[in-house]
Design a protein around this ligand. Structure first.
Ligand code: GLN
Length: 280
């Protein structure tokens, strides 16, 4: 086992920092052998069966090719929960955990009705449903494949969400007849011109549908969702977004223009403008 650990570190050292190598090693051991961190230490002198070594080797080769560990293992952690992921959905991000945390701490309603737009893996609605157990939670996505993953994640985490296929750019066509106390979205917000700044493993493996917007109209989703929210947010309702760090001011301005005079911009733990809450 110890030799295997050193082998993993050596193989991944070109691509990952030492601390990342270590956490990836533990994830691999947990996935392939079912060992916790403690068990890995306790069994460090054990011999690993050849079939398991081969399985680990295959994972290492995919990692060296740049595939994210979460897609290889088919799962990702988010807000203390485990989510199934595949290349049809973005890997849940830490920034999005911060957004979820804001919503949970901000909420004062005992039974809020919540809608997440562009739900992907369903990490936002599932984490909200789990932590606001009397909430009624809805989720929209344009991708049928993503909705499958979101439903699976709701089941695996034992919560109910109502997932529906909606193209929010044409929301009028969906004839929605509900109002929501909380509308949240982490829509595509990376400009095409920002592609060159992105990490290779994000660019080559994560769904472009969930990431990119055209340089001409990078706030198109914010604009359409704000218009939807004007029609479908309850009187005291709140609209939350994850945002492009470079577009904080413009996004705030757009939301004021769309009829939300109270806009709060928040930074993520890296000090970047990342979240917005808007109310009427
Ligand atoms: N934060 C993500 C990234 O930088 C982008 C998420 C999004 O476009 N909504 O990869």
């Amino acid at each position: 086992m110890k030799r295997l650990f050193d082998h993993i570190r050596e193989k991944l050292s070109g691509r990952y920092e030492p601390t990342e190598c270590e956490s990836i090693s533990f994830l691999i051991f947990e996935h392939v052998l079912g060992y916790s961190r403690l068990q890995v230490h306790l069994k460090k002198d054990d011999t690993i069966p050849d079939a398991k070594v081969t399985e680990i080797e295959e994972i290492l080769n995919r990692l060296v090719d740049g595939e994210p560990i979460q897609y290889i293992l088919g799962k990702a952690d988010f807000y203390g929960l485990t989510f199934t992921v595949n290349p049809h959905v973005l890997i849940p991000r830490q920034e999005t955990e911060e957004l979820v945390d804001w919503i949970i701490n901000d909420n004062k309603l005992p039974e809020p009705t919540i809608l997440d737009i562009g739900t992907g893996s369903g990490c936002i609605p599932v984490a909200l449903a789990k932590n606001l157990p009397d909430a009624e939670v809805f989720a929209y996505d344009i991708s049928a494949e993503a909705l499958k993953v979101a439903n699976q994640n709701a089941d695996n985490n034992h919560v109910d969400i109502r997932a529906q296929k909606v193209d929010i750019l044409y929301w009028e066509a969906a004839s929605v007849d509900k109002t929501f106390d909380i509308i949240v979205s982490n829509p595509p917000y990376v400009k095409d011109e920002e592609k060159s700044l992105m990490l290779e493993h994000v660019l080559s493996h994560e769904p472009h549908l969930a990431l990119f917007v055209s340089d001409n109209d990078p706030l198109i989703f914010y604009s359409r969702i704000a218009e939807f929210a004007q029609q479908h947010l309850s009187q005291e309702g709140k609209l939350y977004f994850e945002i492009n760090e470079a577009l904080g001011k413009q996004t705030a301005l757009l939301l004021r223009e769309k009829g939300f005079p109270k806009v709060t911009l928040r930074k993520d733990i890296n000090g970047k403008d990342r979240m917005i809450c808007a109310t009427r």
